[in-house]
Design a protein around this ligand. Structure first.
Ligand code: IMP
Length: 427
């Protein structure tokens, strides 16, 4: 077995879909191990755009099997819609191409209502996607969750739903005063969805264990990013899963000791959607321009993303937590439209200087210190097959600071707009 992971190094939206799609031409399996349909992975091939939410980004490659493994929280209604949308665009995904673990926890209507009500009515908003992700993970940990396999047995499903609704009912009636579906309706809805997706459900543990014995190549596709990890991220403004390295071992049937390679997907600047600290955030015309040129709107919720310069103290932390063996730098073309180019190399905190963010630092009071670079207007010299000189300087600096190579550089949305700067073992 050869294993590689693609993990976001920032607050998500780094371009993981594009890189996963590219690397999965070489993979036997592409495995999602955490998160759910809060993700939005965009892939462009020959002018055609595909946005994936819970379906792994290996599906566009012919010979690769996509797996939704047990660490994912699955909204079956959203999955069915996603598969229908893909079919309408000419991509039919059958049970040979997509496998879903029977052990995934299910996102019910009750989870979505709770997520939405908290966001609408709480004074301490997280800025979630309102897809029910947090409440579904809460029930998993509280041992009240509904597993994918439970969808296939109406009696078991009903029993699990009764247990799951018991405490929430009090909240819906008294605290939020909101309507919610009856157990009968929810049971019927989920059972019907289970019948639609049952051909995809299988024992992914057996599948991957066998694959490992046969020496298959497995790509683990992360969703969101290290800074949204529930343990390592900017808590409480995080998602509810382990998005970093550790999540692969608890959220998938990977029996390996270590992974062979981990690529940290890094946008050449920084964006964030939702609430939470963001030291290099720009509130001026430069930030507006980054967002405009980079089309920085959420692929899942359409929300406008906050934009700022690259933040090396946070990236050093993410590289450490994510155990990156190399970096894929994405969207460098957006920076070619900027009149100035800056990188935050350290923060001033409490009168001192720190060059690596760590959980003890109060990021809301971290003052970013910037190094300026000469802007570049063109990314890639097609004739000579090399990156622009100024861009190469920018990348070399990042590499030196992070102490890991920048292996891939994405300079456009299309699958082909990718330069392999340093060889990765996977290829
Ligand atoms: P949740 O995952 O919907 O609970 O949202 C928690 C936080 O994670 C919010 O700040 C979201 O905006 C953020 N988030 C969740 N999924 C993504 C993603 O795929 N990209 C970027 N941010 C995300």
């Amino acid at each position: 077995m050869y294993s590689l992971a693609v993990i976001g190094s920032q607050w998500g939206d780094e371009g993981k879909g594009k890189i996963t799609d590219y690397l999965s031409s070489n993979a036997d399996y592409v495995v999602r191990f955490q998160g759910g349909n809060n993700a939005g992975h965009t892939i462009w091939v020959d002018g055609k755009k595909t946005v994936l939410h819970v379906v792994p980004s290996g599906v566009l490659q012919e010979n690769c099997i996509s797996i939704i493994d047990h660490g994912v929280v699955l909204d079956p209604e959203s999955l069915v819609k996603e598969l229908e949308g893909l079919k309408a665009s000419g991509l039919e995904i059958d049970e040979l191409k997509l496998k879903i673990s029977g052990q995934c926890n299910i996102i019910t209507s009750y989870h979505k209502i709770l997520d939405g009500e908290r966001e609408e009515k709480s004074s301490q908003k997280i800025g979630t996607t309102k897809k029910g992700i947090g409440p579904a993970y809460e029930d998993r940990t509280a041992r009240k969750g509904i597993k994918c396999l439970h969808l296939l047995d109406k009696d078991v499903l009903r029993g699990r739903l009764e247990n799951l609704l018991k405490e929430k009912e009090t909240l819906f009636k008294n605290l939020y005063q909101v309507d919610y579906p009856s157990i009968d309706d929810e049971c019927e809805r989920l059972y019907e969805l289970g019948q639609i997706i049952k051909t995809y459900i299988c024992d992914t543990f057996q599948l991957l264990t066998q694959g490992k014995k046969e020496g298959k190549k497995i790509l683990f596709e992360g969703a969101q990013g290290v800074l949204l990890d529930v343990d390592f991220g900017t808590y409480p403004f995080v998602t509810s899963s382990n998005t970093a390295y550790g999540g692969i071992f608890t959220g998938s049937s990977n029996g390996g000791k270590e992974l062979d390679e981990v690529i940290g997907i890094t946008k050449a600047y920084t964006t964030r959607v939702g609430e939470g600290p963001f030291p290099t955030e720009l509130f001026d015309e430069a930030g507006e321009k980054m967002g405009r040129v980079g089309h920085e709107f959420g692929a899942t919720t359409g929300r406008k993303r906050r934009c700022g310069w690259l933040d090396l103290p946070l990236l050093k932390y993410a590289t450490h937590i994510g155990r990156f063996t190399s970096i894929a730098l994405t969207k460098v073309d957006v920076l070619s439209h900027m009149d100035e180019l800056k990188v935050c190399y350290a923060y001033e905190v409490n009168g001192g200087k720190v060059d690596m963010a760590y959980p003890g630092i109060d990021l809301t009071h971290a003052k970013p210190l910037f190094k300026e670079f000469k802007p570049f207007k063109r990314c890639f010299d097609l004739d000579n097959q090399k990156l622009d000189h100024e861009l190469e300087n920018y990348i070399s600096y990042i590499e030196k600071e992070l102490r890991v190579p920048v292996s891939l550089v994405a300079y456009g949305v299309e699958r082909k707009d990718l330069f392999c700067r340093k060889k990765i073992m996977w290829q």
